[in-house]
Every structure is written in structure tokens, then in C-alpha cells.
Design a protein around this ligand. Structure first.
Ligand SMILES: C[S@@+](CC[C@H](N)C(=O)[O-])C[C@H]1O[C@@H](n2cnc3c(N)ncnc32)[C@H](O)[C@@H]1O
Ligand code: SF4
Length: 367
């Protein structure tokens, strides 16, 4: 089903309120008011902040794991979901591995019962991806899974994702794409980095061989901003990266495999700039119920708008802090917590964040 037909079905089933909210949200993302009458169309809920891998590029390794960690309880999940209306997409991963949460199936069932048409999905590292469990999640209402592999070879997988069994994860993917009965759409995902930049086309071919429904690539980011060239994981040669990406995209077209590339930066990808829409349409909830601005700011100990266990979402959504942050971003006064994020900067308006610069080093570089 295409996105348009899915939306039309949702609109027909869910009625006028849903359609009106869709229009208001789309307008809000464009006009960027500080106070919102619309509800977000996208929600990301971190069902756990625990993980069974230690990938080199993950914020858990580069910025550190959150100071308090745990699985979200089913009761809290229900309490939180009950505070939202008219959403269309529910993402159930955050700074951890969602399949570790023992209540995941029940959470998906709850979400699916609340609204049959909401698209529910998550990314996983695939270690716990057993066919029986995936079948149960699909029966509960799961629509899509992205398996993060980051590699087309065992050697590269181990360099990035650690000493885990690449072949086994691949076999598990093969098993779930050939499940009979309800099963989610399955995609494989790669964060493009120096160790895997030569494997993009093989990654697409591997996706076709595994029988997945999509292949997605995204730029390396630690705060939604591609990392600097001195990061050992960052792609060193941009020309090679562009060539490899074009080859991979062409191969995906030949294989008729949907191919998605999330490009982050105007420097890496000339002409690419996506202004922040998260503050208007895509909030993030941590495992213990804190509301944060987006998935690039999942550390509630650093910043949160409040605790959904105590204050309802609707109140926080238009709280003074949220409104102030939206107003600042719109004016180009980049909020402290957003410094370093590419979405906060608008090259067209000259709003360029300077937070990463080291004035002393710059002085020395100036002739
Ligand atoms: C944080 S993980 C959580 C879900 C699950 N543990 C996984 O690995 O898929 C969500 C997604 O972010 C990607 N990711 C991790 N570190 C990243 C980075 N530095 N830049 C961009 N994406 C990253 C992962 O590969 C994964 O697809
Ligand atoms: S990318 Fe996913 S699997 Fe890897 S350490 Fe981060 S949360 Fe865990």
C-alpha cells in the first residue's frame, strides 16, 4: 500500500479530526508557530535504554549511555500513549535495543488496538530476531522492522557492531521474510562510514538476496550532524562516497528494491538541507517517561521538557519551554541544546551554529 492510499484509508476511518490535524501539522511544520493547536503526527517512544551490543558509531559509545537505564513498563507505555491523539507513525526504538523489552508485543497490541491504522515500527540490531517472536509481534500489529547491519561482510560487521554472529543475523532475516501469515515489512539499514563505504552496492545486493522489502542508508551523525573528518569512523573521501552511493542506488533500481538515503548535511551533500520539524511534529519519550525534543536529544538528564508521568503531554507540548525553543529556532537563535545539529541551522538565512568551533584554534589557523 502506498503512503497516499494508507493516508486516505486512515483519514476515512478516523474522520474529520484526524484529517484536520494532518493539515494543521503540515502547516505548523511549514509556518513554525511557537504555540500549536495540532498534535504531532510522529511519536518516538524509547521502549528501553538497555542494549546488548556496543556499536562503535552509536551515541552510547561516543557520547555515553544514559545515566539511568531500564525498560519502559507496560503501564507507563499505556499511560503515555493515552496522552496522544491523531498520530500516524509510532517508532519504538531509542537509545537501546527494543527486542530486549519483554513487554514489546503487548505494547504493540495496545498501540494497534488504540488505532488500527497507525504505522508501527522499530529498528533492531537483529540479535534477538527470532521468527516466532516476529510472527507474534506482527499478529499484535507491527508493520515494519529495520535491521541495522552496517555491513555487507562479516569482517566489517565485526569492526562496527562487535563480535557477534553476522551469518546468524542474516539467517534470521531470511527466516522472517519467509514467514507465512502476518509478517512485518523488513528492511536492512546501514550508517555509511569509512569501514563500509566500499560495500554499499554489495549491501543492496545482499538485501535483494535476503528478500527484504527495502534498503536504507544514512549518514553518520552524533547529533544529526555528520561527524567531522577527524572522526575515525567518518567517510574520508566524499567523492568516493558519492560515487559509491550513486552505484548502490542504480543497483537498487535495477533490482527494483526500494532504496532510501537519509542525507544530513549541506557540506556532504550539496543542496541538501532539511530544517528542523521535530519540535513541531516528532517528539521523543524516554524509557522512563521524559519528553525530549527529538531522537538526537535522548538524554533526559541533560534536557527534557518534563515528565509525562506527572504532566500531560498536551500541557508540555505548549509549555513555555517548548514555545520558547520553537520561537528561538524560527528566529535563528539556536537553543543551547540544539547547538551542533544540522537541522537547526539554515544556510539560506545565514543561521549557522558556531558551537563546535574552537576560537583559539581558529586564531592560530588565520594567517
Ligand atoms: C540507536 S539504534 C536503536 C535500535 C537498535 N539498537 C539498532 O541498532 O537498530 C537506531 C538506529 O540508529 C542508527 N545509528 C546508530 N548510531 C548512529 C549514528 N552515529 N549516526 C546515525 N545513525 C546511527 C542505528 O544503526 C540504528 O539503525
Ligand atoms: S546502534 Fe543499536 S545495537 Fe548498536 S549500540 Fe546503539 S542501540 Fe545498541
Amino acid at each position: 500500500m502506498t503512503r497516499v492510499s494508507r493516508f486516505l484509508r486512515m483519514a476515512t476511518r478516523s474522520g474529520l479530526g484526524f484529517t484536520a490535524n494532518h493539515i494543521l501539522s503540515a502547516l505548523a511544520v511549514r509556518l513554525r508557530p511557537s504555540r500549536l493547536t495540532s498534535w504531532p503526527r510522529f511519536i518516538q517512544i524509547e521502549v528501553t535504554s538497555r542494549c546488548n551490543m556496543a556499536c562503535v558509531q552509536c551515541s552510547r559509545s561516543t557520547l555515553g549511555a544514559p545515566s539511568s537505564q531500564g525498560h519502559m513498563s507496560l503501564a507507563l507505555f499505556e499511560q503515555i500513549l493515552g496522552q496522544f491523539k491523531h498520530y500516524q507513525y509510532l517508532t519504538l526504538h531509542g537509545l537501546g535495543e527494543p527486542l530486549l523489552n519483554p513487554h514489546l508485543e503487548e505494547m504493540i497490541r495496545v498501540a494497534s488496538r488504540r488505532s488500527r491504522d497507525v504505522r508501527i515500527g522499530f529498528n533492531t540490531n537483529g540479535l534477538l530476531l527470532k521468527p516466532e517472536r516476529v510472527a507474534a509481534l506482527a499478529r499484535a500489529g507491527l508493520h515494519e522492522i529495520g535491521v541495522s547491519l552496517d555491513a555487507a561482510t562479516e569482517e566489517t560487521f565485526r569492526k562496527i557492531r562487535g563480535p557477534h554472529d553476522f551469518q546468524q543475523v542474516k539467517e534470521q532475516i531470511r527466516a522472517i521474510v519467509s514467514l507465512n501469515g502476518p509478517r512485518p515489512d523488513v528492511g536492512i539499514a546501514m550508517v555509511v562510514m569509512q569501514p563500509n563505504v566500499g560495500e554499499l552496492t554489495s549491501f543492496v545486493e545482499m538485501g535483494a538476496d535476503l528478500g527484504v522489502q527495502s534498503v536504507s542508508l544514512c549518514d553518520l551523525s552524533h547529533r544529526w550532524r555528520p561527524t567531522d573528518g577527524d572522526d575515525p569512523m567518518a567517510v574520508q573521501d566524499l567523492e568516493t562516497a558519492w560515487r559509491e552511493t550513486a552505484r548502490a542506488e542504480a543497483r537498487a533500481a535495477e533490482l527494483e528494491l526500494p532504496f532510501v538515503y537519509t542525507k544530513l548535511d549541506d557540506v556532504l551533500w550539496p543542496g541538501v538541507f532539511v530544517p528542523c520539524f521535530y519540535l513541531w511534529d516528532y517528539p521523543y519519550v524516554t524509557w522512563d517517561g521524559k519528553l525530549t525534543p527529538c531522537c538526537a536529544l535522548p538524554y533526559a538528564e541533560t534536557f527534557s521538557f518534563g515528565d509525562l508521568k506527572r504532566t500531560p503531554f498536551r500541557e508540555l507540548w505548549n509549555s513555555r519551554e517548548y514555545r520558547q525553543m520553537r520561537a528561538d529556532l524560527r528566529r535563528g537563535h539556536i537553543p543551547k541544546v540544539c547547538e551542533g545539529c544540522h537541522h537547526a541551522e539554515d544556510p539560506a538565512l545565514g543561521h549557522v551554529c558556531t558551537c563546535k568551533r574552537d576560537p583559539e584554534a581558529e586564531k592560530q589557523e588565520d594567517p
